[in-house]
Design a protein around this ligand. Structure first.
Ligand code: ZN
Length: 443
């Protein structure tokens, strides 16, 4: 049944393989895993995906994830047999990815100085962030291997998404969060959806370590983005953007940089599409770190020991990563930004992220909290809602245009990763008339 798909170590010099039914987040040598498919999906599927937008009450056609099910068919199901796929696939009634597509936002375009800028609000997913794309696939895999409890660490959005799918599938969910560092709107979702919240003293990286330790002790099923099935679902963010552009790739795809699951999934989707001959050009990825949580920016751009960290065709300098993490620990350097969704110092997917950047000739930049808040406010002035971390996208695009890395006639798709779940940030922003796009109340 499952012979057409497998799990494979990402490191070319290792390459260990495992069946889809294995529950693991790394190979026996500790490397990250990919889901690999043996068959090449036929390009005529583009028409089928488009036709499914008229979903005829099939929630899996309505879903912006499962509409593309042939491109993430790790269950090896008959994708045209409703009785079969409806038993296997996990969906929140077709809501994941249903409303997300790229939009033109004229005020953001004017501000950054780019005519062909499209922004895709993934906050319009059912739990309010891009995480639902990958959670629907990870929980599908959990169901496939008969798991009844999932575990994750979270800055808030992952726990909201995991808890929502767990509630809908009637399975248990434990979420490890850094105490006091999660936006109230996100924490409330975990409680509301019935997850068991475990508060960890420290930051997200500490919470992730604690959750992975617990998962390995009790044989728990981790749904963080180190789970390769999460990455499969997140590929559909790119599929939806490309479909909207009639599969003509933009020059750039821009993401905020946190744990780098998005960068990884973007890279994987582009690698597959290009390899299959579905796209003729590879867009460049731009990752935007927060200045307060800028590990990737630091290592990629040679700001630590003058070494530019690269995937290096599968032979990355992992020692420099370890050295930098030790340096941060020794010197008490902790990630610090009000954009808590990307307040991450040790991005778990850094190697997959580097692979994606190398494949796409990508760049990494960083922006300040103030620039992110300005970006967030500006998206709001176009009638769209996004959280502060997503404000990194307009801010980063503006910076890259100023630096003439993004050219003024380039086409750019930016991913707005989540909607606002901490009302105090925009309220405080708009009450202060000093802020560039403030809309202060009258007294
Ligand atoms: Zn390996």
């Amino acid at each position: 049944m499952q012979s057409g798909a497998l799990q494979k170590c990402i490191e070319p010099t290792c390459g260990l393989e495992y069946p889809i039914s294995d529950i693991r987040i790394e190979c026996d040598r500790g490397h990250l895993l990919d889901i690999k498919y043996k068959d090449t999906p036929h390009i005529s599927l583009k028409d089928i995906f488009y036709k499914r937008r008229n979903h005829s009450n099939d929630i899996f056609n309505e879903s912006g994830v499962w509409r593309f099910r042939e491109l993430l068919n790790f269950c090896q199901i008959d994708t045209e047999n409703f009785d079969e796929y409806s038993k296997c696939l996990v969906s929140l009634d077709g809501a994941e990815g249903r409303l997300s597509k790229p939009y033109h936002m004229s005020k953001v375009s004017d501000y950054v100085g780019l005519k062909n800028l499209l922004l895709q609000p993934e906050g319009y997913n059912p739990s309010g962030s891009f995480k639902d794309n990958g959670m629907s696939t990870a929980v599908t895999h959990a169901k496939l291997v008969n798991i009844n409890k999932i575990i994750c660490a979270s800055t808030g959005n992952t726990s909201a998404s995991a808890a929502m799918y767990a509630a809908n599938e009637n399975i248990e969910c434990d979420v490890y969060i850094p105490a006091g560092e999660v936006a109230p709107g996100k924490l409330s979702q975990a409680f509301q959806f019935g997850a068991q919240v475990i508060e960890i003293k420290g930051n997200f990286d500490d919470a992730l370590s604690a959750s992975l330790k617990k998962a390995s002790e009790v044989g728990g099923y981790t749904v963080n983005s180190v789970n390769p099935f999460r990455i499969e679902g997140q590929k559909t963010i790119v599929f939806r953007a490309l479909e909207q552009l009639d599969w003509n790739p933009p020059d750039w795809i821009v993401y905020p940089g946190g744990a780098l699951g998005n960068t990884s999934s973007c890279g994987k989707s582009l690698m597959e599409l290009y390899e299959w001959g579905w796209i003729k050009k590879i867009p460049r990825i731009a990752v935007v770190n927060s200045e307060g949580a800028n590990t990737l920016h630091t290592l990629y751009n040679g700001k630590f020991e003058d070494t530019n960290l690269r995937w290096n065709k599968g032979k990355p300098d992992v020692e420099i990563i370890k050295k930098y993490y030790t340096y941060m620990d020794k010197n008490g350097i902790r990630p610090k930004t009000k954009a808590t969704a990307i307040q991450i110092a040790k991005p778990a997917n850094i190697l997959k992220g580097l692979r994606a950047l190398e494949y796409t000739n990508g760049v990494v930049t960083q922006v300040s909290d103030q620039e992110m808040m300005d970006g967030m406010a500006l998206v709001g002035l176009n009638g769209f809602d996004c959280e502060m971390a997503s404000g990194a996208v307009p801010a980063g695009v503006k910076k890259l245009i100023t630096e003439e890395i993004i050219k003024k006639d380039d086409t750019v798709v930016g991913i707005l990763t989540g909607r606002q779940k901490d009302a105090s940030i925009p309220v405080d922003y708009h009450k202060n008339p000093q802020n560039r796009f403030a809309n202060p109340p009258r007294t």
